[in-house]
Design a protein around this ligand. Sequence first.
Ligand code: SAM
Length: 290
Amino acid sequence: MNASDESYLSPPRDRKGRVFWLIDKAGLGLEIGPSYSPLAPRAEGFNVEIVDHLGTEELRKKYNYNPRIEDVDYVFDGRSLVDLIGSEGRYKWIIASHVIEHVPDVIAFLRDCERLIDGDGVISLIVPDKRFCFDHFRPHSDVSVAIDAHLAGRRMPSPGVVAAGLLYNVFNGGKHSFTDEDRKEFQLRFNADQARRSMEAAKTLYKDCHVWCFTPASFRLLILDLQVLGFIGLHEAAYFSTDAKNSEFIVSLRKNGKSKTKREELLLDLEGEIAAGSAHVPIFAEHLNP
Ligand SMILES: C[S@@+](CC[C@H](N)C(=O)[O-])C[C@H]1O[C@@H](n2cnc3c(N)ncnc32)[C@H](O)[C@@H]1O
């Protein structure tokens, strides 16, 4: 674990403590894409608005009336988050758990979040570590693909991303995410026909998938480089790395202040992450769907 904020004295051990580190919970917040596992339920006193891919009733139906589903305030309809919500500087905080890896244009998403928070606001992102989920064998996404997707105005995951997302998709010990401590054998999940069909469909339809594959250092490097290139005004305010017992990391962003991360250090961290990932000899078990 690690955090880059100066006020960091006693690191929270629990997931929520890390997500809400630096956040003033009294202010109005936005949770993006909570689906059936909200991190800021109103029943716990959070002053929050919710944006999701379906409205309240459709979400309830889709997820078997899971009682954890919150009332949805805004439903994605293809417009940007700022246009959908209709105001800027509205929130003191924004949280999004396992969302950013799905968005077709990661720069547009970050810019929208930046415009939606007020001056001191905090954006807290929980991101699956690609080494410990079904993306294990996919390469990490770097700034080049983020820029190209943005300049191309991507509104849907590209057919190429959809194809790769299926061809290299693995379970580990039957699970879609796992921990470093708990690695088992890998299994390919989809066959070539399924990948080809999804790739074809993605030419005209929105096929939800993991567009982006991040390790902690690759994500932190992306934030730094998007900032130095002038795409975003956000910088990293705190960071909690993936550890041996979980498969995700958390990065909090702010618009005021200056980044303390350094490209050289992040590049070396990234090399270490990749080397550690390949130090384990992966074993393939049966193909799940030959
Ligand atoms: C895997 S679910 C995460 C659910 C929950 N937050 C969690 O941590 O388990 C992915 C969420 O990403 C959201 N999402 C997918 N595509 C998105 C997009 N283009 N823009 C914003 N959110 C998106 C969906 O609403 C969906 O709820």
